[in-house]
Design a protein. Structure first.
Length: 334
């Protein structure tokens, strides 16, 4: 379905670009006043055929613009160039919208294995994981001193900040690297050790650092602390405590969860964990007529938080299972 919408958007953008180019050619011909009507017909007709050839061959914008430019630029003024830029701008906007729509589908079906996530960090004694992240300035996070021990940690990640953008690239766009989690301890800033120091010592190093980005060495106690939950296919992210009910993501506006029954068996609120296939239930519905399903409803207490917890809603889970079953059938047939 996403590919179909992508092709449709490209086609619409190509038509807009073609119309803009034809307007440019007509304007150019009018302003240049060719000596004969026949010359005008050839120019407009050639531009029209070039556009149709590019469109029918699905080489949407680059071929179309280059062919049209052959006719408009030698003839004219700034109006032709403006029309061309309008067409190109429409194409770029359409493709960006397609990309944003496709991100959801990509993250719904590409989730890495636990081994892959663990390989992105260095496991050290004390059930800790150490890793580096490179974040553009400004960082988009709020650091704070730990209340019960020395050291500085990540207290909050600002929505739509650079740290949040890094997390989306890693968790949704499947780019390499590790995501940042609230509670991570800052061990070094651009290679300079700050372990056990106060915020008054760490903040000046961040502010005085040169360049457009900062490299932070972070440490995470992977057996305790919060868990990064990613809901699929929406891509919504939430940092949740161990033992917290999944439906709490609804109460804070992170994820919409549908409820269609009073017994818990309608499956509308069920979510599948994509690494091991555990099916979670978001609702707490129960009925004396029928015992509720025994699906877990809370964030696992023993979750290793180097791994994100991907939860896919039930309709998408069925689609994924059907797709995987179809692949196995084709493989066995081959």
């Amino acid at each position: 379905m996403t590919r179909r919408w992508t092709r449709l958007a490209k086609a619409i953008a190509a038509v807009l670009a073609m119309v803009a180019c034809r307007v440019a050619v007509n304007t150019s011909v009018f302003l240049s006043s060719p000596s004969t009507p026949r010359a005008k017909g050839k120019m407009v007709g050639a531009a029209h055929l070039g556009g149709l050839k590019s469109f029918s061959g699905r080489h949407c914008t680059p071929a179309l613009v280059s062919q049209s430019a052959t006719f408009s630029l030698p003839l004219t003024t700034g109006s032709a160039l403006t029309a061309l830029l309008v067409g190109m701008g429409a194409t770029v906007c359409a493709l960006r919208r397609c990309h944003r729509a496709a991100v959801v589908r990509r993250c719904a079906y590409v989730t890495y294995s636990p081994k892959e996530w663990v390989s992105r960090v260095k496991m050290v004694e004390g059930d800790r994981a150490v890793f580096d992240v490179v974040i553009p300035k400004p960082l988009g996070l709020i650091p704070a001193n730990f209340p019960n021990r020395p050291g500085v940690g990540v207290a909050r990640i600002n929505p739509d900040g650079n740290t949040d953008a890094l997390n989306k690239k890693v968790l949704i766009d499947n780019e390499p690297g590790m995501f940042v989690l609230e509670g991570d301890e800052v061990l070094a800033v651009n290679g300079q050790t700050v372990e056990g120091k106060d915020l008054e010592d760490v903040a000046p190093l961040v502010k005085a650092s040169e360049g457009d980005s900062i490299t932070l060495t972070l440490c995470r106690h992977h057996g305790v602390g919060p868990v990064k939950v990613v809901f699929l296919p929406s891509g919504a992210m939430a940092t949740m405590k161990r033992g917290a009910e999944i439906r709490q993501a609804t109460s804070v506006g992170v994820q919409e969860v549908s409820y269609s029954c009073q017994e818990g068996w309608c499956k509308s609120c069920w979510h599948t964990e994509t690494m091991w296939g555990t099916v979670f239930r978001a609702c707490d519905a129960s009925s004396p007529k029928r015992p509720p399903p025994k699906n877990p409803r809370t964030i696992p207490a023993n979750w290793v938080n180097v791994l994100p917890l991907f939860l896919m809603n039930w309709p998408e889970s069925l689609k994924r299972a059907k797709k995987m079953a179809g692949g196995k059938v084709r493989a066995s047939g081959a």
